[in-house]
Design a binder for this molecule. Structure first.
Ligand code: FES
Length: 222
């Protein structure tokens, strides 16, 4: 289980993030998220606002973004919420980073289906590049986190890197993806098996075969 405590509240942290506020474009998106909820229920927008704040921090630091305490306080103030309520949400969900992360946040699923399909080898691949769970590598490029099931068990093992999932991995396939990212390229997302589209069986679908090329309506046949 990764450490979910916030980064220490230091004078340096206050100095760097104490004046945080949404830029105009982030403010527009935050207000649009709030407007989805009925009057007086603006607190329901806490999750999208934390996500937006993390993304803005990411843009400002050229990383995947994180939530320093003053930023969490800013979101609480924006939504007129007690800070502890916002912190509870931020510390519960893994999508929020409570400590600085690298440009790429490599989240390797270590739950049973992924483990049985070789996630240990994926951790090894990461380790060979100097990644250590919960740390940013010296070049600022990578942070490794072990996560629980990400819902891609049918294409295990998988990793999520920033906003993308990479599935049907092997150590070599992950290595190639990390090489591409390090070179500033965007690797193919989803399954990494040549010829496979999504989570169909290897070798092609065995049922609902007409669905492969078109949205075939089976209802008439049932
Ligand atoms: S166990 Fe890894 S995605 Fe479900």
């Amino acid at each position: 289980m990764a450490d979910r405590s916030p980064a220490p509240d230091t004078p340096e942290l206050r100095e760097r993030w104490g004046a945080f506020e949404f830029t105009e474009s982030y403010r527009e998106r935050a207000d649009a998220a709030i407007a989805r909820y009925p009057e007086g229920r603006q607190r329901s927008a806490v999750m999208p606002l934390l996500d937006l704040a993390q993304r803005q921090v990411g843009e400002e630091t050229d990383t995947q973004g994180w939530l320093p305490l003053p930023v969490i306080e800013y979101v609480a103030d924006y939504l007129d919420m007690p800070v502890i309520r916002v912190l509870e949400v931020a510390s519960f969900y893994f999508m929020y980073n409570l400590k600085p992360v690298g440009k790429y946040h490599v989240q390797v699923c270590g739950t049973t289906p992924c483990m049985l399909r070789g996630s240990d080898g994926l951790f090894e691949t990461c380790k060979k590049r100097g990644m250590k769970k919960g740390h940013v590598t010296e070049d600022g490029l990578w942070t490794l986190t072990e996560v629980e099931c990400m819902g891609n068990c049918a294409t295990a093992p998988m990793v999520q890197i920033n906003d993308d999932n990479y599935e049907d991995l092997s150590p070599e396939r992950l290595d190639a993806i990390l090489d591409e990212l390090a070179a500033g390229k965007q690797p193919k997302t989803g399954t990494q098996i040549e010829g496979k589209r999504t989570s169909e069986p290897q070798g092609g679908p065995t049922t609902l075969k007409e669905m492969v090329d078109a949205n075939h309506d089976y209802r008439k046949e049932w």
